[in-house]
Design a protein around this ligand. Structure first.
Ligand code: HPA
Ligand code: ZN
Length: 329
């Protein structure tokens, strides 16, 4: 079997996916029309042209703007259902998705519409084609901690649907330490914690996420190689780093895919795997991320296998399920 076939046919887990980032331009137009909302684009070509980012900040501006077409529970259902169908197409058998409730509640959308729409679509995907999933609620780090406390309060009612909390949005200037108390409260309420750290931000932010937010995974974490002690710590404890190669190129964290440090991370025995982050904006879903990265870095079939095994090992599935999937790779 060629590596390409191996990538496509293997069962895979995805651990870093923002559901709002799976909003395809076609669906954006459809929902804008359905909800009678003006969007700043005339057509699909116009949209694609706007997806030319300099950094994380320039992407987030468009990402939050586009999310404004999501109004009703049905919209969140349709968005999530479309992603679930992609999972089926790509042999993604388990997915752990992020959602950004503050991006919606701050526009007057009911928290319950957001979570129920997402949850119901994932339940249908479980029933129709066996996709397993977890939902992780992210706090927007450009907002203050008190806003996070309010959203955590709303999430408590939905503890049966939300397994953990994360931290995303503009990284620079918003270190994990800003949310120390909030994460403490989330842990007290039995949420698992993860955080975006070391995407654009310094290794210090990764240390803070580990030591102050007690995270089980670091999202991105590609800046860790700048700090030898940190690499040692991450490797010793096998802390997962959810790397997103096409995202890193689109947001100019690395110039070209050939310059990506994923192979170096594997060489240092870091627990890393490939994810798509915001596939509708960054040019591809999980298989494309794997295929393009394999080509650019000349990864061996063994290295691809390690990445796929790591995707299950790093998931929040129970140990038995992890073993079952790993044995099928
Ligand atoms: N980084 C930070 N925040 C985000 C991202 C990301 O890649 N995608 C959506 N929100
Ligand atoms: Zn992300």
């Amino acid at each position: 079997m060629s590596i390409l076939e191996f990538i496509k046919k293997s069962p895979k887990a995805e651990l870093h996916l923002h559901i709002e980032g799976s909003l395809e331009p076609e669906q954006m137009f459809k929902l804008a029309k359905r909800n009678n909302i003006q969007i700043p684009f005339k057509n699909i070509v116009d949209v694609k042209k706007a997806y030319n980012f300099n950094n994380l900040e320039s992407f987030l501006k468009i990402y939050y703007e586009s999310a404004k077409i999501l109004i009703n529970e049905q919209d969140f259902f349709d968005l999530t259902w479309a992603y679930a169908l992609k999972c089926k197409e790509e042999n993604i058998v388990h997915t752990e998705i992020f959602f950004d409730p503050q991006a919606h509640t701050d526009r007057g959308i009911d928290f319950d519409f957001v979570i129920n729409g997402i949850y119901k679509a994932l339940q249908k995907a479980k029933k129709d084609f066996g996709l397993s999933s977890k939902i992780i609620m992210c706090f927007l780090r450009h907002l203050d901690e008190s806003s996070g406390f309010k959203i955590l309060e709303k999430a408590l009612k939905h503890k049966d649907k939300i397994c953990g909390v994360g931290l995303d949005s503009s990284e620079l200037g918003h270190p994990p330490s800003k949310f120390k108390k909030l994460f403490k409260k989330a842990i007290k309420n039995n949420f698992i914690t993860v955080a975006h750290a070391g995407e654009e931000g310094p290794p210090e932010y990764i240390w803070e996420a580990l030591n102050l937010l007690n995270v089980k995974r670091i999202d991105h974490g590609v800046q860790c190689l700048k700090d030898e002690k940190l690499v040692e710590e991450l490797s010793k404890n096998q802390i997962p780093l959810t790397v997103c190669p096409l995202s890193n190129i689109k947001l100019r964290v690395f110039d070209k895919l050939k310059d990506h440090n994923l192979k170096k991370m594997l060489d240092k025995k870091l627990m890393t795997m490939v994810n798509s982050d915001d596939p509708a904006y960054f040019g591809g879903y999980l298989n494309k991320n794997l295929i393009e990265t394999q080509t650019a870095l000349n990864l061996s079939q063994e290295e691809i296998k390690t990445l796929l095994i790591n995707s299950f090992k790093s998931s929040f599935l129970d140990e038995k399920k992890k073993e079952e999937w790993i044995s099928k790779i």
